[in-house]
Design a binder for this molecule. Structure first.
Ligand SMILES: [Zn+2]
Length: 203
């Protein structure tokens, strides 16, 4: 089996996303780079059922070498690996507070020092793009810029990258914490996301 150790890491960190409360059911995905290839969560398989041999091994152009068909978001991961050669792993979550901030298209300040390890400026939100399209990756690359390892995706979620899966997961957790703090500090002042009916009761 190709890249067995990295595939085991994809299984572990996929389940870690669930344990950390960063996604539900089959949402989100994780990947790691191996030279010109990446290993990525397979499409639509619950994390608890994924075996290392199911994890997709593919190149950055979409050609699958081993495993099940890849997550529909593989283009997002491939775009980040192409744009940031130093990056070795990507974690994409649909975590609650990041989704709340992404629904608003919010810029999220570095409320907690943990996020300062991964971002030199506030987290930016990429414009809306339909999931699975190349535009998601293009927006994420631009939102990361030169300084940040985390970006929000409008009406979608969060993407974090690191030199390995541990670091990418750490960045995602740090970003979720700052998103939670931002929602507590800011939503009361600015209200609900655009397009949603404003509640009359207090938060
Ligand atoms: Zn997604």
């Amino acid at each position: 089996m190709m890249l067995e150790e990295l595939r085991e890491q994809v299984v572990f960190y996929g389940n870690e996303m669930l344990r950390q409360g960063l996604t539900l059911h089959t949402g989100g995905n994780v990947s790691a780079r191996a030279g010109e290839y990446m290993v990525i969560k397979p499409s639509s398989v619950p994390y608890a059922l994924i075996r290392p041999q199911d994890v997709t091994v593919m190149d950055l152009r979409g050609n699958v070498l081993e495993g099940l068909p890849p997550s529909s978001e593989w283009r997002l991961h491939a775009a980040l690996y192409r744009a940031f050669p130093e990056i070795g792993a990507v974690v994409h979550t649909h975590s609650l507070y990041a989704c709340m901030m992404a629904a608003r298209g919010a810029e999220v300040p570095l409320w907690h020092q943990e996020l300062g390890r991964y971002c030199a400026r506030p987290v930016q939100c990429a414009p809306f793009a339909r999931a699975g399209t190349p535009q998601v990756g293009e927006g994420a690359v631009a939102a990361m810029g030169k300084d940040n390892q985390v970006a929000l995706l409008k009406n979608h979620g969060l993407v974090a990258m690191g030199k390995d899966l541990w670091q990418a997961m750490d960045a995602a957790c740090a970003a979720e914490l700052s998103c939670a703090m931002h929602s507590a500090c800011d939503v009361r002042r600015t209200g609900m996301p655009k397009g949603k009916k404003r509640r009359t009761s207090t938060w």
